[in-house]
Design a binder for this molecule. Structure first.
Ligand code: N01
Length: 504
């Protein structure tokens, strides 16, 4: 009878595949390549954009670059000897991702410009029903790879919708707007803003930077690679491998301060304070931009150009809270009105309240948003969530990092998920769903570790926290510990049903 249903569904134009991956950034693309390499070719990647690359496709603002060195911030299976500098710019990273997608022949498994509007579990048929702007699909398994930093958050400021000048979010840069000679305001002082501000400061007539919380800054040890280095990377793969391992090891030592013993972070504060002294001449400005919480609590930023840009005569840092945006100006609570022609909103993303959570409807009819709302944003090994059978998450809860390459975490999860899919096949499973008790125990342990970290004890508010006050975003341990945990799919933590049971 299943076959007849299939046919009916097929006649309505629904396409069935074994696995659907939603999103084709580093995560979704990496899994697509793994599945294809393993001969699990019956999958599709649904991608709302017109190309692969995710955040590196979307964030094209001036100055956009990675703050993890490229030899580590790339796939381990696709090293790139041609990186032009230690911290690559957006365009180079995007070309790399695109090149890898071409080289591994997975582009023909992609449906681009495909906005996924619903992902609903059908318990009778034990499959997911997916609605999209490119038609309907069904799949035995869905993997969400939408990323945590994909939905721009706009600030809820009085009058902002009435602004008549040019206005756009950092992740949706409007390249048609020429900012030359304009009076510009940037709201926000996070990782995006500190790259945008120096990139546009000498082009605009005047720049007001609206700072709610001062970030901590460390030096950016960036430089172009010399020809002999590039030749070595190209002709001696071991050199690139060693470079990758060295970057990994150095960055991993930060975990000791961030997650294990936060007072150690004072050493970074000393470096950052020295930087403030050296790079900002104006003592008033220095005071304004000196943070008042433990370094690391919010993401540590790296830049050699941000402070000097703030110190320019045409740049002002405004710390008085914004009261209102008017047609051609911003008014702060102290009553000052500053006229502007363009407004850049660098206010970050919906992370723990992503609108994508409303799209997924689980076994008991609740959406992912509702499940997270009640119990907090919790999962198991960042990869599965109770009530969502046959669904996997790349970069799910508590997989984020602030100090090293997310690609390392992604590859750990790809190991776990591809092993899960192999296990499902091997054991002939119809459904796998993480057990509530396994998920609970995992999160109790996670919370114990998290309580000690600088993110919880450092005295700041950050987007790492969900609305229950829990840090459900970051991984609170060494990344090699996560690699160990995700090496194999632990089917004993799951409730399973088999195809035979279904036939009875
Ligand atoms: O966003 P953010 P982002 N009124 O959320 C302020 C990655 N990334 O796009 O701190 C006034 O960090 C907010 O103030 P506060 C990286 O993981 C990586 O910059 O909340 N201000 C903050 O200053 C990063 O962490 C790279 O008080 C408001 C800013 O806006 C993540 O993306 C580059 C406000 C938002 O900062 C996000 O970075 C870029 C309001 N209503 C991004 N609402 C690299 O690899 C928010 N703010 C280099």
């Amino acid at each position: 009878s299943r076959k007849v249903t299939d046919k009916v569904v097929d006649n309505r134009g629904t396409r069935h595949v074994k696995t659907i991956i939603v999103g084709s950034g580093f995560a979704g693309l990496g899994l697509a390549i793994r599945l294809s390499e393993q001969g699990r070719g019956d999958f599709l990647v649904l991608e709302r954009g017109s190309d692969v690359g995710g955040t590196w496709r979307d964030n094209t603002y001036p100055g956009a670059a990675c703050d993890v060195p490229s030899h580590l911030y790339s796939y381990s299976f696709a090293p790139n000897p041609n990186w032009s500098r230690s911290f690559s710019k957006q365009g180079e990273i995007q070309s790399y991702i695109r090149g890898v997608a071409e080289r591994y022949h997975v582009l023909d498994r992609h449906v681009f410009d495909c906005d996924v509007t619903s992902i609903r579990w059908n318990d009778d048929d034990a499959r997911w029903e997916i609605g999209s702007s490119k038609g309907d699909f069904t799949a035995d398994t869905v993997v969400s790879a939408v990323g945590a930093l994909c939905e721009p958050a706009l600030p809820d400021i009085k009058g902002i919708n009435d602004f008549e000048g040019e206005i756009f979010h950092s992740a949706r840069w409007n390249h048609e707007v020429d900012l030359t000679g304009k009076r510009v305001a940037v709201i926000g002082t996070g990782a995006s803003s500190i790259q945008i501000v120096p990139a546009i400061a000498d082009q605009v007539a005047a720049l007001d930077v609206y700072q709610r919380t001062a970030p901590w800054l460390l030096p950016r040890l960036d430089r172009p690679y010399l020809l002999p280095e590039r030749l070595a990377f190209k002709h001696l793969p071991i050199v690139q491998k060693l470079s990758r391992s060295a970057i990994y090891a150095i960055r991993e030592t930060q975990v000791v301060g961030l997650a294990k013993f936060p007072p150690l972070m004072k050493a970074f504060e000393a470096i950052s304070r020295t930087k403030l002294q050296v790079e900002i001449r104006d003592p008033e400005l220095r005071k304004k931009v000196t943070p008042n919480y433990r370094i690391g609590c919010k993401r540590m930023l790296i830049s050699n150009e941000y402070y000097p840009a703030l110190d320019r005569d045409n740049v002002d840092v405004v710390t008085d809270p914004i009261a209102e945006v008017k047609a051609g100006s911003i008014v702060t609570k102290d009553g000052t009105e500053r006229e502007i022609d363009a407004l850049i909103v660098a206010t970050g993303f919906h992370v723990t309240d992503s609108p994508t959570y409303n799209v997924v409807v689980g076994k008991d009819g609740r959406t992912l948003a509702e499940v997270f709302d009640e119990g907090g944003q919790q999962g198991y090994k960042g990869s599965t969530i109770a009530n969502f059978p046959n669904m996997f998450f790349l970069l799910g809860p508590n997989v984020g990092l602030g100090h090293t390459s997310m690609v390392f975490m992604i590859e750990s999860q790809i190991n776990y998920i591809s092993d899960a899919l192999a296990t499902v096949d091997k054991l002939g499973l119809r459904t796998v769903e993480v057990r509530e008790d396994a998920q609970r125990a995992y999160n109790i342990d996670l919370k114990k570790k998290m309580d000690k970290t600088v993110w919880n004890t450092g005295g700041c508010a950050s987007w790492y926290m969900d609305k229950h006050g829990n840090n459900t975003t970051l991984w609170p341990d060494f990344t090699f510990e996560f690699r160990r945990l995700t090496k194999h799919f632990d089917v004993s933590a799951y409730d399973t049903t088999t195809a035979e049971a279904d036939l009875k």
